[in-house]
Design a protein around this ligand. Structure first.
Ligand code: 13P
Ligand code: SF4
Length: 308
């Protein structure tokens, strides 16, 4: 048995022993995706975390995702294999920033992308993911002021789609913000017949659509579903490169070209099979969210799950 197969076997044994599941985001390294019980986007992972009857959830993703799982499962043990797996986007907004906006807009609504800390979610009215942001915002009272945070590119996209006036927090993910007009136009000239799948967090997501008006804007799981049903054979994919492994696994006879090979999230890549094995073995690192914050954050997550 090679090293990977050995680790996979150890993880399978530990999972059985502890009644555990491994949930993994599509940006995880291929080996981690391959041993996971569920792989998906932020929405799918939140749903799965809310539904699981396992005693232990190992979250192969980043901190805000593991926190969401802990908020949805206060009686379960949620583990993150590497607690340094942060998110540059969630770091752009703090609870104090939200309180400041709220004091200036006493009747306002705060809509938070799930890429936020538990403290920010606790001060929000409703959460969104990239898969449901348009639908959630459409469901909200149009007469109230609205703050969309923290991703400005997703915010712009939602504003365009809904036609709703809103304040947009000027945050960005360093990986997606680096996918812009240049990367998109280079790929358009190299692959004129390919279909373009773009994540709404990308710098090219809303403002560069004039370059490729028929590009499809999707969450990571939306890309997988679309590629499975499309008759096209070649796709240019604008998001973190980990999704290519999943797209290849879930389709047959199709070619996926990353719009930018170096679009790699170093936080997502911190989880390894070894760290997952160790986290199950030694019960590390337990994700803890203060009870009061968790109860308030849960209201915002549940409000989202009730819409879609
Ligand atoms: P989705 O998988 O929900 O599209 O989110 C992308 C992302 O950047 C998560 O960190
Ligand atoms: Fe955060 Fe961007 Fe990494 Fe997603 S890809 S976890 S938004 S830094």
């Amino acid at each position: 048995m090679d090293e990977t197969a050995l680790l996979a076997a150890e993880i399978a044994e530990l999972k059985k022993h502890r009644n555990a599941v491994v949930l993994a985001h599509s940006y995880q390294v291929g080996d981690v995706q391959d041993i996971a019980d569920f792989v998906g986007d932020s929405l799918g992972l939140s749903r799965e975390a809310a539904a699981t009857d396992a005693d232990v959830i190992v979250f192969a993703g980043v901190n805000f995702m593991a926190e969401t799982a802990a908020i949805l499962n206060p009686t379960k043990t949620v583990l993150i294999p590497d607690p340094k797996a942060g998110c540059s986007l969630s770091d752009t907004v703090s609870a104090r920033d939200v309180l400041r906006w709220r004091s200036e807009h006493p009747n306002g609504l705060v809509v938070s992308y799930v890429n936020t800390t538990a403290e920010v979610k606790a001060l929000s009215d409703i959460c969104v993911t990239s898969a449901n942001a348009v639908k959630v915002v459409e469901s909200l009272d149009r007469d109230r002021d609205l703050l969309f945070l923290p991703d400005m590119f997703l915010g712009e996209y939602v504003k365009q789609q809904t036609g709703r006036e809103m304040d947009i927090w000027l945050g960005e993910c360093h990986v997606h913000a680096g996918i812009g007009e240049q990367e998109l136009s280079d790929r358009i000239s190299s692959f004129p017949d390919a279909e373009f799948l773009i994540h709404p967090e990308c710098g090219c997501g809303s403002s560069c659509l004039y370059l490729k008006p028929d590009a499809k804007i999707f969450s990571t799981e939306g890309m997988v579903n679309y590629a499975q049903s499309s008759s096209k054979k070649e796709f240019v994919v604008a998001t973190e490169v980990g999704i290519i492994h999943r797209l290849n696994k879930k389709t047959y006879g199709k070619r996926f070209i990353p719009v930018k090979e170096s679009a790699v999230c170093q936080y997502m890549k911190m989880n390894t099979l070894e760290k997952i094995r160790d986290s199950l073995r030694s019960n590390t690192h337990v994700v803890r969210v203060d009870d009061d914050i968790a109860a308030k954050a849960r209201r915002a997550i549940d409000a989202m799950l009730a819409v879609v």
